[in-house]
Design a protein around this ligand. Structure first.
Ligand SMILES: CCCCCCCC/C=C\CCCCCCCC(=O)N[C@@H](Cc1ccccc1)C(=O)O
Ligand SMILES: [Zn+2]
Ligand SMILES: [Zn+2]
Length: 476
């Protein structure tokens, strides 16, 4: 008990000076200005990635000169930090983020995407939400803690991948293998993949925090139709293009089954019920009765639809060689995002059953099963630490709920090291902000970024506990 009291007394308050606040936002702007773009698997801006490594040394000097922090470059441009805690009996955890960004053509942006310009309290640029905000906030929080002479009790790792946007094969996958070879097992991981949701449910005015405890899988299915080439003046009834177009159209017109009944979403909505007024609260509290209506309503919007089913997106279509030649081959690639209650094999079978055309051949280009659901009960240390930290840093947030990440994250490469994978960025996100991720005018407010640093500053200290924190939010 004396130890607990001592720790409480020696806790470092998350207050930053004016000068520190200015420095942290300027450091983020500098990070945005380095165009660490991933174009295709194995095709990166290596000059920018190397520059980013040097930049981290420059803006976080204390992190790099601290004796109990080991820094390693993995896969040429990814970074692994091992922060040695003072108590080896506590199982380590890991914070994840990625350095690379998707391309951003200048066109349509209000400010150039790699300018890091500040306008009306927002920092604009590619990576401000996905995911240089996390890279910089993690290291910034650690730098500020170290300056205040902080020594962690619990060891932790920081893994910064350089190719998340094109698979993570050279970064996260290599770091994962390295840690496995060292016999590391983690208590939990925190990665990107969810936010404090603001305005995503029309009848819910108050924001809520969603911590994603699972993530959808994916399947890139290439469909191919071959036909005999010839002169276009005497065409066959159907060409390879026509056959394939009809096949992909059938896929688009026939959504995969609604999995609302067998998913985590029911728990998400049940836990959210208290936030709604009558009659929605009654409906969400009695989903055993109302789930057919709710699941239908969720299909209406693209984002909530993505939560209830495996989605089908025809993303590539290539065919034809000349205006007057019957095309010998037509190819289309369909990107399915697999609901956690389904498997890759089930989705392939469903797709074939929808197309029902023997002339179509199928090639699996890439397939990833959905990730298992990480524990989110009262004993789940990672989940409860996130919840506790939200409670102290964002006291205005009434509720923290478990959810599903509709995209994929680098965390999928670390399932060998832990069963506790939590995806959460402590940043408010509106549907408009969401459209900036991989879109145009991606931005973060200066205040939101400082709150993210504050969250991590608190979280790292909270993780020094040996017990799971007691949850005060949302008692069932
Ligand atoms: C009732 C609750 C409503 C809540 C609505 C939830 C809305 C979703 C909001 C935010 C989710 C943001 C996720 C951001 C993470 C993006 C990660 C990403 O883009 N990953 C890539 C990885 C990848 C995969 C395959 C090839 C290359 C890259 C991706 O998934 O495409
Ligand atoms: Zn990302
Ligand atoms: Zn991304």
């Amino acid at each position: 008990l004396r130890d607990a009291e001592h720790r409480r007394a020696s806790r470092i308050p998350s207050q930053f000076s004016q000068e520190e606040s200015v420095t942290m936002k300027e450091s983020l702007k500098g990070a945005i200005q380095i165009p660490t773009v991933s174009f295709n698997p194995g095709e990166f801006n290596t000059t920018a990635l190397a520059e980013f490594g040097e930049y981290m040394h420059r803006v976080f000097p204390t992190v790099f000169r601290t004796s109990f922090i080991r820094h390693e470059v993995v896969g040429e441009y990814s970074h692994l930090f091992t922060v040695q805690g003072s108590d080896p009996s506590l199982q380590p955890y890991m914070l994840l983020a990625h350095i690379d960004v998707v391309p951003a053509p200048d066109q349509d942006w209000e400010v150039p995407p790699f300018s890091g310009l500040e306008r009306d309290g927002f920092i604009y640029g590619r990576g401000t939400l996905d995911n240089k905000n996390s890279v910089m906030a993690i290291l910034q929080a650690l730098e500020l803690l170290l300056i205040r002479n902080y020594i962690p009790r619990r060891s932790f790792f920081i893994a910064l991948g350089h190719d998340e946007e094109v698979s993570g094969a050279h970064g996260a996958q290599k770091i994962s293998a390295l840690l496995q070879a060292r016999g590391v097992q983690l208590a939990f991981i925190v990665d990107e993949g969810s936010f404090i949701m603001d305005g995503f449910i029309p009848s819910l005015k108050k924001p809520f925090a969603m911590v994603s405890v699972s993530e959808k899988g994916s399947l890139d299915l290439m469909m191919e139709v071959n036909s005999t080439p010839g002169h276009s003046s005497a065409p066959p009834k159907e060409t390879s293009i026509g056959i394939l177009a009809a096949a992909v159209s059938r896929l688009e017109q026939t959504p995969m089954p609604n999995m609302f009944g067998s998913g985590l979403l029911k728990i998400t909505l049940q836990q959210l019920a208290t936030e709604f007024s009558f009659p929605v609260n009654v409906i969400f509290n009695n989903l055993w009765l109302f789930w057919p209506i709710v699941s239908r309503l969720m299909e209406r919007d693209n984002i909530s639809n993505a939560l209830v089913r495996t989605t089908t997106a025809v993303t590539m279509f290539n065919a034809g060689i000349k205006v007057n030649v019957i095309p010998p081959v037509a190819r289309a690639t369909v990107n399915f995002r697999i609901h956690p209650a389904q498997t890759v094999q089930e989705v392939i079978k469903l797709a074939k059953d929808i197309v029902v055309d023997d002339r179509v051949q199928y090639h699996v280009l890439e397939a990833v099963e959905p990730l298992p659901v990480s524990p989110f009960d009262d004993r789940a240390l990672g989940y409860q630490l996130i919840r506790q930290t939200i409670e102290s840093v964002f006291p205005e947030i009434n509720i923290v709920v478990p959810g599903i990440c509709i995209a994929q994250t680098d965390s999928r490469h670390y399932t060998n090291l832990t069963t506790g994978i939590y995806r959460f960025n402590p940043v408010y996100l509106t549907p408009q902000d969401f459209s900036g991720i991989h879109g145009i005018n991606e931005r973060i407010s200066v205040q939101a970024y400082e709150m993210q640093v504050k969250f991590l500053f608190e979280f790292i200290q909270n993780a020094d506990t040996e017990q799971r924190p007691v949850s005060h939010l949302h008692e069932l």
